[in-house]
Design a protein around this ligand. Structure first.
Ligand code: F6R
Length: 357
């Protein structure tokens, strides 16, 4: 099943452009407009607040989804780690809608929240890659991620599929609420798919960067602001789980509040710069870490790039940059793990689906 690939993870990274196209196809009508079942749109337009519940990588996709739902559909969203939500439930709004994000649909931590939500009588929507999974069966509504089976333990194509489906949920909810936007998501996702394709063809460059920045290190930092911050959390998790390099993703503005103490000569710092509004601020953070000896690897987006940047992403809509900025981070993690002979597809201590709380 791996075909010519040595690892499922690399195959799944490469499948991402195709998954984007499958998602558009699955959710568009004959007029090329994105549509969702009316009962799902009644739920998103009729609630006063959305609570997104997920774990790990799916939680990171939820953080991006919050921004999409708030900016496009103007609905308040909270994102919670499922295990924490279970015993530390926030004060809920009057008409909540719960959205569970889960590649496997079997994650025990998320399942236990769904059981409580149903006991309280609140509606729930599950976004999953496995229709018919427990979280899908027990929720009122399901949206399929259409990513195809994800075999590697480290989640890649499910993450980008989750973000794309959340973007569709946000755009269709906005439309159902009569909110005017000049945002054509079908077109923007097609641009994303093409950009992903360009990125998956740059493996050699990224392998060299992994070699130069990560091969001999025990730790690494990922910094970004706004949407880039969420992707930094995911980039750090990918690197940790398959290469065992201790990695931390944090908001650029938080550096000076403590973490900068850890920067020493040669510490790799991977910085994302895809958001025009925080371009100056994140560049300031890069200068701060470089002044303290960091080995900075800047991943910027076309239009914001500087000559010294290690890697430049093709331009996509600012709300959708997580879909493409994550790709070089997935590949960096892959090559870092490969270079230290780690078991890429089956990292130690981890299971694909975590069915215990
Ligand atoms: C990381 C990873 C995990 C999962 C998490 C939730 O690469 O795969 O963090 O994202 O265990 O799993 P699902 O989405 O199946 O609920």
């Amino acid at each position: 099943e791996k075909g010519t690939y040595d690892h499922f993870m690399l195959k799944e990274i490469d499948e991402q452009p195709l998954v984007m196209r499958k998602i558009i196809e699955a959710y568009e009508n004959e007029q090329n407009q994105l549509v969702l079942p009316p009962e799902i749109l009644s739920a998103t337009t009729g609630c006063d607040r959305i609570y997104i519940i997920a774990c790990g990588t799916s939680y990171h996709a939820g953080l991006v989804g919050k921004q999409l739902l708030e900016k496009l559909a103007q609905v308040s969203v909270e994102v919670h780690v499922a295990s924490e939500f279970s015993y530390n439930m926030p004060l809920l709004s009057g008409k909540p809608l719960f959205i569970f994000i889960s590649q496997s649909g079997e994650t025990a931590d998320s399942r236990s929240v769904l059981v409580k939500v149903k006991e309280m009588g609140f509606p729930a929507l599950t976004l999953t890659n496995v229709p018919g999974s427990t979280l899908s069966r027990e929720a009122d509504y399901t949206l399929n991620l259409h990513a195809g089976p994800e075999i590697a333990v480290a989640s890649t194509k499910a993450y980008t599929a989750q973000i794309a489906v959340l973007a569709i949920l946000a755009a269709t909810t906005a439309k159902a609420k009569g909110i005017q936007t000049d945002f054509d998501l079908v077109q923007e996702l097609a641009i994303v798919a093409n950009a992903m394709e360009v990125l998956t063809q740059q493996k050699e460059t990224i392998e060299e960067l992994a070699h130069a920045y990560l091969d001999t290190t025990r730790n690494a930092f990922f910094i970004g602001r706004s949407a880039d911050y969420f992707v930094c959390l995911e980039g750090a998790l990918k690197l940790k789980e398959i290469s065992y390099i201790q990695a931390e993703g944090f908001a650029g503005g938080e550096l000076k509040h403590g973490t900068i103490a850890l920067i020493e000569e040669g510490t790799p710092v991977i910085a994302l710069d895809t958001q025009a509004g925080v371009h100056g601020a994140i560049r300031g953070n890069v200068q701060e870490v470089v002044a303290r000896g960091a080995n900075a690897l800047v991943v910027s987006m076309q239009g914001l790039e500087l000559d010294e940047d290690a890697f430049v992403l093709p331009h996509v809509h600012e709300l959708l940059t997580p879909l493409i900025s994550v790709v070089p981070l997935q590949l960096l993690a892959y090559y870092a793990a490969l270079h230290s002979d780690c078991d890429v597809d089956k990292p130690r201590n981890l299971a694909k689906s975590v069915t215990v709380e």
